[in-house]
Design a protein around this ligand. Structure first.
Ligand code: SF4
Ligand code: SF4
Length: 227
């Protein structure tokens, strides 16, 4: 799922500026599941903005709403009236949802209230782990179902670097936690699958032009188009 974290309130206030009618728009899919930007979180942010405005003596109207999915325009039709009435929309959807809303209602001022950060796998309640960056050419069939692009700190595609030790990566993570070496994990998984030979197989070079570093991508499923 796509995960996101709410921006600090100071930054949100700066983005809103002196606008008088604010609509906080949640999205009830990924960002709701990761407890960041669903209808409930939109209501909370709207309340915070109202309380702050009252405290500062500013006359501001703050509404909240949510779309089932902000990334799909048919769901945005349902909140069109509220968007039209607002001077600024604070979207709590992922980066796709925010841009979808901004594009549908352009030139309406649409601001991000969250930072979209990764494609995450839930580990336990309120904890997500990055597992994929949508590189466009999935290689985990050769690596025991473990993604070296994301899980190796250097995105090495052909085995470990010299810093791998005791199953750990030489690179320390952002929270100073120890990181498991992806290639140690891959080796253990391949051994458990009886496919150790894959560790020593020449892998074709990865085509990075299929990743977002090759420019914005487009997916067309001709067979799925209506006839
Ligand atoms: S190889 Fe690419 S598509 Fe496959 S899991 Fe890793 S980042 Fe995602
Ligand atoms: S120690 Fe392992 S995970 Fe860390 S950079 Fe080297 S190969 Fe990648």
């Amino acid at each position: 799922m796509i995960t996101a974290e709410r921006k600090p309130l100071d930054e949100i206030l700066e983005l809103v500026g002196d606008k008088k009618k604010i609509l906080v728009a949640g999205c009830d899919t990924c960002v709701a599941i990761c407890l960041t930007g669903g209808e409930k979180e939109a209501e909370i942010l709207a309340s915070e903005l109202r309380i702050l405005a009252e405290k500062d003596g500013r006359a501001v109207e703050v509404e909240h709403t949510a779309a089932i999915r902000q990334c799909e325009w048919e769901y945005l039709d349902m909140i069109a009236d509220k968007v039209a009435a607002a001077d600024v929309v604070l979207s709590m959807a992922c980066g796709i949802g925010i841009q979808s809303l901004a594009e549908k209602f352009a030139p309406k001022l649409v601001m991000p209230a969250v930072n979209t950060n990764m494609l995450g796998m839930p580990q336990e309640h309120a904890v997500w782990l990055e597992r994929c960056v949508a590189c466009g050419e999935c290689r985990i069939g050769l690596t025991g179902g473990i993604c070296p692009v994301v899980r190796c700190s250097k995105s090495l595609m052909n085995g470990p670097c010299g810093g791998s030790h005791d199953g750990l990566c030489e690179v320390t993570g952002p929270e100073k936690e120890e990181i498991e070496c992806a290639w140690a994990l891959i080796w253990e998984r391949l051994k458990a699958q009886g496919r150790e030979e894959l560790m020593f197989t020449d892998r074709p070079p990865k085509d990075w032009s299929k990743s977002s570093s090759g420019g914005p991508r487009k997916m067309v499923r001709e067979e799925a188009k209506p006839v």
